[in-house]
Design a binder for this molecule. Structure first.
Ligand code: ACM
Length: 568
């Protein structure tokens, strides 16, 4: 490899034509150089793959993925690992310079080497190496007659943010385990590293809790679902449901960890809790509503039925979180998401028991009750070495010390939290809610809310202007949220998520300029190569020209809104 390091490099826009151009990488690396006149490295049955210290996981993954796509064994070399065609290792100097997720990839006629700051960087470098081999490297079996050439390149890369996430709402529509594993692979292919799983809501409870079996026996099922937005008169009469067993969750968490993706679980309290109340009616406000008659919701929106502010309810959820903490070890996910969004206070206003509780606790009305709930779990999680994260409503009534905020109603909550020294994940609905429609065309399936195009997402900026440098350091990163009311199956999820997730990935990984200065035509041109990768991966993305006939849902009402979304 030393000859490679000494070879002359030209920057991408330099005048010497590369022997094989680097394919259009997404997300764009920090810097790419092509080696003038150098031949590509061709993978053959004799090609070997060696892992240096810290590169073992990435090498094993690459051997599996490329082995499937190319049919080549890519065995470790018999002798000196330095002679391997492909080498992946962690290197302290690279770590110092580029951080644990950074890497340098050098490829030339003799082979390719990834030197990374840490095991995660080794894995992202391996992902880049796969991209360099072309779209067929994403297939699961070799096509006949293919040759596999790595262009002569030098890439230096590291992410802009440490939290590069996607929320998947598996409560409104359950995504079976295989689909979640597939999404972990899709996130990893885009160098995203957080999967926020929205596991509970009014419409379903999706994780087995051994001590409370009714949460899934009752709470994971509903007899039918509204078909379209809640204004739609249509119903899908097919019963819907499903949940992850504890072993399924362990598998998901381990599969994600192998790919350097952290899974952040969300149990939403004290609102969005009807599925739990339907399973265990004592969780609800039984003095104002016949909670025994409540059922898992078949409709969309915000249910008025919320948890009762009792010690009993706290103990119940401590039981839930105790099991959850075992399933999501701290090394994998220090953060536990407790929701906290959209909790209607009508039941608490009407409930003599809740009102007595307000007086007893000496809190400021119903908002104070909500904040009492959140603070309790903040302390409870902190005592167990974990960190609470919640939606920006947890700011109301005073943010618990140590809590982090998912800023969804715009930037404002995130700005306030960051200026107060709290960590923030930016996921403003105005920019990165992927359930929102992608075009103003009447052909968009079940169109929800405002038009958010691929270009809009490409121009999303996680750090709003005007944030002080100290506060900006509290922006851990950003997250694209995928709420699934109108996404009953994987095809609909793919359609809403892609291609916009590719733009989002570049926003959170790459060092892009300010939104107005971003090279949108350049990104759009690189997307041509990326669509071919998504095709090979079997992703049902929205084509640039609009939905294919089977991606439409004629006659099913959504809820489109006109104009630009108002910023909170
Ligand atoms: C949310 O969209 N209610 C977090």
């Amino acid at each position: 490899m030393s000859a490679l390091r000494n070879s002359r490099c030209t920057e991408r826009n330099g005048d010497a034509a590369p022997a094989v151009a680097a394919p259009d990488l997404i997300p764009a690396p920090l810097s790419t150089g092509t080696t003038a006149g150098a031949d590509p490295y061709e993978l053959t049955p004799a090609s070997t793959l060696a892992a240096g210290p810290g590169g073992e996981g990435a090498a094993a993954w690459l051997r599996r993925e490329l082995g499937a796509a190319t049919g080549l064994p890519l065995l470790p070399p018999a002798g000196d690992p330095g002679t391997a065609g492909l080498r992946i290792a962690v290197d302290a100097a690279t770590g110092k310079e580029l951080g644990p997720e950074g890497y340098r990839l050098t490829a030339g006629p003799e082979g390719a080497e990834v030197l990374a700051g840490g095991p995660a960087g080794a894995f992202w470098g391996a992902q880049t190496l796969r991209q360099l081999l072309g779209p067929d490297a994403y297939r699961r079996a070799p096509l006949p007659g293919r040759t596999w050439r790595l262009p002569a390149v030098r890439i230096e890369d590291r992410p802009r943010f440490g939290w590069r996430g996607m929320l998947l709402d598996v409560a409104r529509h359950f995504m079976p385990k295989d689909g979640v594993l597939r999404y972990i692979d899709l996130l990893a292919a885009h160098k995203l590293n957080v999967l926020h799983l929205h596991l509970t809501d009014d419409q379903g409870w999706r994780v087995e809790i051994r001590r409370y079996p009714r949460l899934t026996e009752v709470g994971a099922w509903r007899p039918r679902s509204r078909w379209g937005h809640r204004a739609s008169p249509l119903w899908n009469e097919t019963p819907h449901g499903g949940f992850y067993t504890q072993d399924d969750i362990r598998e998901i968490v381990a599969y994600a960890a192998e790919r350097h993706v952290r899974v952040v679980p969300e149990i939403d309290v004290p609102g969005h809790s009807l599925a739990a109340i339907a399973a265990y009616p004592h969780l609800g406000n039984a003095d104002v509503v016949d909670t025994a008659a409540l059922e898992v919701w078949d409709d969309w929106g915000i249910s008025p039925h919320v948890l009762a502010p009792t010690e009993d309810v706290l103990r119940f959820y401590e039981g839930v979180f105790e099991e959850l903490l075992e399933l999501f070890p701290a090394e994998v996910s220090p953060f536990v998401h407790i929701g906290g969004d959209e909790c209607p206070k009508d039941e608490w206003r009407a409930s003599p028991a809740a009102q007595a509780r307000i007086r007893e606790l000496g809190v400021a009305g119903e908002d104070g009750l909500q904040s009492w709930f959140i603070r309790h779990f903040d302390g409870w999680l902190a005592a167990r070495g974990r960190r609470l994260i919640g939606w920006d409503e947890i700011l109301e009534g005073g943010l618990a010390p140590g809590a982090a905020v998912s800023s969804w109603r715009g930037y404002a909550g995130g700005i306030a939290a960051a200026e107060a020294g709290h960590d923030v994940v930016m996921c403003p609905e105005q920019h990165v809610y992927l359930d929102y429609r992608q075009s103003g065309s009447p052909d968009e399936p079940m169109p929800i809310a405002y038009v958010r195009t691929l270009e809009d997402v490409y121009r999303f900026e996680p750090v709003p202007p005007g944030l002080s440098a100290d506060a900006a350091a509290h922006v851990l990163g950003a997250q694209a949220n995928v709420w699934t009311e109108v996404m009953a199956d994987q095809g609909r999820v793919d359609y809403q998520v892609f291609p916009r997730l590719a733009a989002f990935a570049e926003v959170v990984w790459s060092a892009l300029p300010a939104p107005a200065d971003r090279d949108w035509p350049g990104f759009e041109a690189r997307m041509t190569a990326h669509y071919a990768r998504l095709d090979a991966l079997g992703v049902g993305y929205r084509p640039p020209g609009g939905p294919l006939p089977w991606q439409r849902r004629p006659g099913v009402l959504g809820r489109p809104r006109e104009g630009a979304p108002p910023e909170a």
